[in-house]
Unconditional design. Structure first.
Length: 292
């Protein structure tokens, strides 16, 4: 028996249960809600994050961070978002760090709230937090996102300087391939951000659960979805015939839909991996036993 078949035979019961949980919790419906919310939230978030980062570390750092972000997205998604963001920033650059910041934070927190609802469903949370507390936590996650964006900007600015100093003071030549390290850093930051979401967003304490299995599953699914989507659109661009000028918007929504699916499936993986503890916390039949 081949290694692949052996692995599939060992993991298939677990994967099948995760799929059933996803369907039971109306995962496809929640993915649509998350995609819509993220579509409304992403531009205000990037506007304020870029303006704040430009204020703290300079406009060059903000532009480097945006370039790195867009390079990590499927090309069609980047081509849809980048011109819109550039146009809006060009019009509002001077006054973005005023009252409009509150609107940006609130809009971005709506996207986080959509993710929270999906996580609550996956973790079989019955008692939901007070709406004010949930909103405050979502705003806190948004602010943490701003901080991560600024940190990435600093890293992108400092890395070339550090490499130049290393080459000047030593005989070591920094290989060009080291530029690929940014993708590894990007995936690491994504994993940390997902862990924070799984840790603080659900309406029940998550401190006693193992969260990394779902985080790794989400990162893997998201990476595969982004790569597969880019490959498909490169070789089968028929979507432009179907949707015309709306093609970019539809592709971006589809990408956010897949992002929501990666998040929810990751939570379902965690829920199944921690089924015994979730059963103890929510009562018999609340976790995997309900999945039929």
């Amino acid at each position: 028996m081949s290694l692949t078949r052996t692995v599939l035979k060992a993991t298939w019961p677990f994967l099948w249960t995760v799929i059933k949980r996803f369907n039971r919790d109306q995962g496809s419906v929640l993915c649509g809600y998350i995609a819509y919310s993220l579509m409304l939230a992403v531009v205000p978030f990037l506007i304020f994050a870029t303006a704040l980062t430009g204020f703290l570390v300079g406009q060059q750092g903000a532009e480097f961070a945006l370039d790195a972000l867009f390079k990590g997205l499927p090309e069609n998604v980047a081509l849809t978002l980048e011109p819109v963001l550039g146009e809006v920033l060009g019009q509002r650059r001077g006054g973005v760090l005023t009252l409009s910041a509150l609107g940006a934070i609130w809009a971005a927190s709506n996207g986080v709230e959509a993710v929270r609802i999906g996580l609550d469903r996956a973790y079989d949370v019955g008692d939901v937090r007070h709406v004010a507390l949930s909103r405050l936590i979502s705003i806190g996650v948004v602010i943490a996102g701003f901080a991560i964006f600024t940190l990435l900007s600093l890293l992108l600015i400092l890395a070339p300087l550090v490499f130049a100093l290393i080459e000047r003071w030593t005989d070591f030549r920094v290989p060009v391939e080291l530029d690929l390290l940014r993708y590894g850093i990007g995936l690491l930051v994504l994993g940390i951000a997902l862990w924070i979401m799984h840790r603080v967003l659900p309406s029940r304490p998550m401190g006693d659960l193992r969260l990394w299995p779902g985080v790794l599953a989400s990162v893997l699914i998201w990476s595969m979805a982004a790569t597969g989507m880019s490959t498909y659109l490169a070789y089968a661009p028929s979507y432009t015939v179907t949707y015309g000028t709306l093609a970019g918007v539809v592709v971006t929504l589809l990408f956010f839909y897949l992002t929501g699916a990666a998040l929810i499936i990751g939570a379902e993986v965690n829920a199944e991996a921690n089924a015994a503890r979730l059963n103890a916390a929510t009562g018999p039949g609340a976790a995997s036993g309900r999945s039929g």
